[in-house]
Design a protein around this ligand. Structure first.
Ligand code: PMP
Length: 407
């Protein structure tokens, strides 16, 4: 059974508008997805009916807000197949989740001469925190190379993996290329040398079924806003035994058990990592986004998006001057490309004039762009509400634009 796309589109108010006099075609989903009405309603309901601070109030509103906040934690636990809700920490986003691990796990467990492995296709948020840590600790950052298709070179990974490797931190699905990495294999190999593994799930969690127990990753970081949920909210999953060993991240209210001027003892996980008043409204509304995905099921969402990507490839591969970047055999629905003789930004502007929203540039993956010897790409990324006719419009527009320089 395919998805009822018209009905699904009806749930997303933002899609029903014109841009530059043309119907909006939103293909910038890897940057952020649009939000269904249920998420918008949950935000409004919270502020209209339940607005209060959580965990410490002695009144009905605080009870309701606390219950709803913790219900989202349960829903996230189920969404990724974690063992318990205490393993779910709310953060500002993938970026903060990775920084949290670097600043706590990293500071405690990674020392001089230890090695951290990342890959060539990492987002800057999975590069810079490790560089900062390595600089502070005298640890060494090593990078797994990729091939021309944008896939990890397994043999090189095996060579880089040694008993000195303390952490492997890799992207599950690349935001710039769409490549899906063989994370189960990576995790098993890393564990065999005693290294922990962090998965950057910013792009995978919306497309792929995720089961952290089956994967056996030590950490998973992702952002709500790429999952049809609100901005400014992310998740760090960590195994209980690993989170418990980690020192706290930020200090302040909520993360403590007892404070005296001489000494502070810390709260249990996950609260130890959630200092201060959290992003209550967005956490509560995130549950509506997870329910939306669970109801459709990821397998149907993925089948729909794979169909869109295949349709785009089919229509565009023989356009003269069309150069796809990242042609891995396993991909999420990201189509990165350049048009011969044209700057990606100019292509993006021309598409925008036709109502088509894409992203252009380095996609926060400058080392990856360098690997391909390019400045950037045009990236069209697809989501559950996109249609085959939108793909046809994209292909037609790209063909027109390519003809300007490729006769
Ligand atoms: N990693 C990847 C693969 C991403 O695509 C992104 C967002 N573009 C991030 C990390 C950072 O996510 P956020 O900006 O939500 O913290």
């Amino acid at each position: 059974m395919s998805l009822p796309i018209d009905q699904i589109r009806g749930l997303f108010p933002v899609l029903h508008q014109e841009v530059h006099g043309k119907p909006l075609i939103y293909f910038d989903n890897a940057a952020t997805t649009q939000k269904p009405k249920a998420v918008l309603k949950a935000l409004q309901d919270y502020y209209e009916k339940d607005n209060s601070n959580i965990h410490r109030g002695a009144h009905a509103l605080a009870d309701r807000a606390t219950r709803d906040y913790e219900e989202t934690r349960e829903a996230v636990k189920d969404f990724i197949g974690a063992r318990e809700a205490a393993e779910i920490v709310f953060t500002k986003g993938t970026t903060e989740s990775i920084n949290l691990v670097a600043q706590t796990f990293g500071r405690k467990f990674i020392g001089k001469g230890d090695e951290i492995l990342i890959s060539t296709m990492e987002h800057h948020s999975n590069i810079v925190p490790w560089q900062m840590l390595c600089e502070a600790k005298g640890a060494i950052l090593k990078v797994i190379p990729i091939n021309e298709a944008g896939e990890l070179v397994w043999k090189e990974f095996e060579k880089l993996l040694t008993p000195r490797t303390k952490l492997v931190s890799v992207v599950h699905a690349s935001n710039a290329l769409g490549t899906i990495n063989p994370v189960k294999k990576i995790i098993d190999a890393a564990h065999a040398v005693g290294a922990k593994v962090l998965l950057d799930g910013a792009q995978s969690t919306s497309h792929l079924d995720i089961d952290v127990l089956e994967l056996n990753c030590d950490f998973l970081a992702f952002s709500a806003h790429k999952l049809y949920g609100p901005t400014g909210l992310g998740v760090l999953y960590g195994k209980r035994e690993v989170l418990e060993e980690m020192p706290p991240f930020l200090g302040g209210g909520e993360m403590i058990k007892e404070v005296t001027f001489e000494k502070t003892t810390y709260n249990e996980i996950p609260f130890k990592f959630e200092a201060g008043t959290p992003n209550i409204a967005d956490v509560i509304a995130f549950k509506a986004a997870l329910d939306f995905i669970q109801e459709l099921t990821k397998s149907k969402i993925r089948a729909h998006e794979d169909g869109l990507l295949a349709h785009a490839n089919e229509l565009m591969h023989d356009i003269k001057g069309f150069n796809p970047v990242g042609t891995a055999s396993e991909k999420v629905s990201v189509l990165s490309f350049n048009i011969h003789g044209m700057h990606p930004f100019d292509v993006g502007q021309m598409l925008d004039a036709k109502g088509i929203a894409v992203r252009t540039g380095h996609h926060c993956t400058q080392p990856l762009m360098k690997r391909f010897g390019i400045e950037g790409t045009v990236r069209a990324s697809f989501a559950v509400y996109n249609t085959r006719s939108e793909i046809e419009k994209l292909a037609e527009s790209v063909a027109q634009i390519a003809r300007l320089k490729n006769k």
